[in-house]
Design a protein around this ligand. Structure first.
Ligand SMILES: [Zn+2]
Ligand SMILES: [Zn+2]
Length: 177
């Protein structure tokens, strides 16, 4: 099997994590993971109750072009990981294999998603990602208008107002000078 991103490099058996085997590319550090094995591995992992760290992960690759499955040569589908990260996982639904670009496994771990990969391939997840992405775009648009600090303050106020029993009254009060 050849690397779907570099095309010429041959994939070699590798270990993505403790007890999780995959086929990796020595050139781009991408990896092909069988979801059949992955699900079995994920079930055996202890469930962490910790909230996501949101740590910055450096050096994550992202293949922008459509990839063809190294096993069956069909086009793979792209699934965005989150609304705030541009990274997308590639999936071959026929072979049940996922392709992770170099660094994407580390990114999944940092986002506490390394045990939940199949959820990313669902329509519900992708809908959430699109909502998150448009919310983020809107935030950036307004951030350019009023500055990041003002936006951060507005977010705080909005969060505080969200569940406030007199939310409508307070908004009415703010809106009237
Ligand atoms: Zn490669
Ligand atoms: Zn395939």
């Amino acid at each position: 099997m050849h690397c779907p991103a570099c095309r010429t490099t041959t994939l070699q058996p590798t270990k993505l994590d403790d007890g999780l085997l995959a086929h990796g590319c020595g050139q781009c550090s991408g990896a092909l993971v069988s979801l059949l094995y992955y699900r079995d591995w994920a079930e055996r992992q202890p469930q962490s109750e910790e909230p996501a760290l949101q740590a910055e992960v450096e050096g994550v690759n992202e293949s922008r072009q459509a990839l063809t499955c190294p096993k069956c040569a069909k086009l793979m589908s792209k699934f965005q990981i989150s609304g705030t990260r541009g990274n997308r996982l590639d999936l071959c639904g026929s072979c049940d294999e996922a392709w992770l670009d170099g660094g994407e496994w580390q990114l999944l771990k940092a986002l506490e998603l390394s045990h939940k990969m199949p959820s990313i391939f669902t329509e519900a997840w992708q809908r959430k990602v699109r909502q998150q992405a448009s919310e983020e775009a809107r935030r950036q648009r307004f951030g350019r208008l009023v500055g990041d600090q003002a936006i951060a303050r507005a977010d705080e106020i909005r969060d505080w107002l969200k569940d406030h029993p007199q939310r409508r009254e307070l908004l009415f009060y703010i809106g009237h000078e």
